[in-house]
Write a protein that binds this ligand. Structure first.
Ligand SMILES: *Cc1c(COP(=O)(O)O)cnc(C)c1O
Length: 492
């Protein structure tokens, strides 16, 4: 293995040259309390500029990214992120702003945020919006807190249940539970849609809301959405839609027309910000008239040709993020939307659906569709048929890495055994889709002729099969200080 940067360290080597200090300074002890000062200089590697550069470039090459290859991670919408967005977000006029500047001096940013909000209202067909939440999950919590405020305001605090289909993303029940609600699971039917009879059975005056994902996490459109909306509202509950799958709908249908009261949008998915590994993101929430009074403050308003922050909303649930939210993600989404325009955005959704259906048509004779419906922008297949060969979905996912692809989402949604949730997105060429389909078919052959190569995959990655959960939760990126310590550390 290439020596670590600490091991290359040689006293006196420097990767930088700074100009001499040209401002008066004072001894550190006068600036900071003595007990906070380091007694010994930090043990930093001393390397030359080329060595430093190679270190970071090498590290970056150990990663897989959407800029290096196909990334069909279902539900996550890992589309190509146009580099124009990065340029725009890094413009001096945005980058150099301070979050505490007075409103009068940030009119341009406020205008951008206001217009982004108006655009999202147009796209979703809903009455109002907050841009504050920093992720889909935080958008969900924001929405559910507004729904709680709504029922309390109407004198119905006994509405303590939130209904959620069994195919939902795990953040839905988590958000409802965090807001103090009791989560009730609604079954899916044989077509992979919400079971209407089960929904009706659970609706009543103790229900605060239904949280529905549409298209759902099987990639299937909830065709009965208008009936669902009717049933939910008739029971006095509100209709929450998880909008993470908006990439299938933009420019085609509007959640507002489906009677939705509350919808979070994952800007980092649908409207293209590099995401993954926990950030960055933005999860704006759009609401119907019913929930408008409860939106977070401050709200950006446009009055007499000026943009301002309005705190005057007595029923608001309050602030959910400091300053204006994750501004750089909001700027990227704005640039992306303006670049594509209404027609371009509709094409995004149409092409996303086309790509998913094309890819499915190439593999479904081998990888079975548990719910054989025409999917939208993503689809679920199962590898359960490979179990008799001693092969699990995880083996196929790991083998895909050897073929140079990122694996799809696996073992989700939970209602499908040995699930693979595949979302190609609209930004991939037919050649890439074919190459991926060929890889999956070739792996299916290997499962029959050389199962061991799947079970021991991956073979060509910087690290082999890791304990994914531990790698994410017991993260240890610190250099142990000595080569022996590194070698002694357990490697999984
Ligand atoms: C991604 C996703 C979420 C959560 O969004 P984050 O931005 O990751 O918090 C919620 N629901 C669905 C269906 C998703 O795909």
């Amino acid at each position: 293995m290439e020596p670590l940067i600490f091991e290359k360290s040689q006293p006196g080597r420097r990767a930088y040259s700074l100009p001499a200090l040209d401002v008066p300074t004072r001894p550190l002890e006068e600036l900071l309390p003595l007990h906070l000062l380091r007694q010994q200089p930090a043990e930093l590697p001393e390397v030359s500029e080329p060595e430093l550069l190679r270190h970071y470039v090498r590290l970056s090459q150990l990663n897989y990214s959407v800029d290096t290859g196909f990334y069909p991670l279902g539900s996550c919408t890992m589309k190509y992120n146009p580099k124009l967005n990065e340029r725009v977000a890094a413009l001096e006029g945005f980058r150099a702003l301070h979050p505490l500047q007075p409103d009068e001096t940030v009119q341009g940013l406020l205008q951008l945020l206001y217009e982004l909000g108006e655009t999202l209202k147009t796209i979703t067909g809903l009455a109002d919006v907050t841009l504050q939440p920093a992720a889909g999950a935080q958008g969900e919590l924001t929405g559910i807190l507004m729904i709680r405020a709504y029922h309390h305001d109407r004198g119905e605090p006994w509405r303590r249940k939130v209904l959620i289909p069994d195919s939902a993303h795990g953040t839905n029940p988590a958000s409802a539970a965090m807001a103090g609600f009791e989560v009730v699971t609604i079954r899916s039917n044989d077509a992979g849609r919400i079971d209407l009879a089960d929904l009706e059975r659970h609706l009543g005056d103790d229900v605060a809301a239904l949280m529905l994902t549409n298209p759902n996490t099987l990639g299937i459109f909830e065709r009965e959405v208008l009936t669902i909306e009717h049933l939910v509202h008739e029971a006095g509950a509100l209709f929450y839609m998880d909008g993470a799958n908006l990439n299938a709908l933009v420019g085609i249908v509007r959640p507002g027309d489906m009677g939705v009261d509350c919808l979070h949008i994952n800007l980092h998915k649908t409207f293209s910000t590099p995401h993954g590994g926990g950030g960055p993101g933005a999860g704006p929430v759009c609401v119907s008239e019913r929930l408008r009074p409860y939106l977070p403050v401050p709200r950006i308003i446009h009055r007499d040709g000026r943009y301002a922050l309005d705190w005057d909303a007595p029923k608001s649930i309050g602030r959910v993020h400091s300053f204006f939210g994750n501004v750089s993600v909001l700027i990227r989404a704005y640039a992306y939307i303006r670049m594509l325009g209404a027609e371009g955005l509709q094409r995004v959704s149409r092409d996303a659906i086309l790509n998913a259906n094309y890819l499915l048509s190439r593999i479904r004779h081998i990888y079975r569709q548990p719910y054989p419906e025409t999917p939208m922008h993503e689809f679920v297949v199962t590898a359960a048929d490979f179990k008799s060969l001693g092969i699990r979905t995880m083996d196929i996912a790991k083998r895909l890495l050897d073929y140079g692809f990122h694996a799809p989402t696996v073992y989700f949604p939970l209602i499908v055994p040995e699930a693979m949730l595949i979302e190609p997105t609209e930004t991939e060429t037919k050649q890439t889709l074919d190459a991926f389909a060929d890889a999956l078919l070739s792996i299916a052959d290997e499962a029959r002729t050389n199962a061991e190569i799947l079970r021991s995959a991956p073979h060509r990655t910087p690290v082999r099969r890791l304990n994914d959960a531990a790698a994410a939760r017991v993260l240890d990126v610190a250099w142990q200080g000595r080569t022996e310590a590194v070698e002694a550390a357990p490697t999984s």
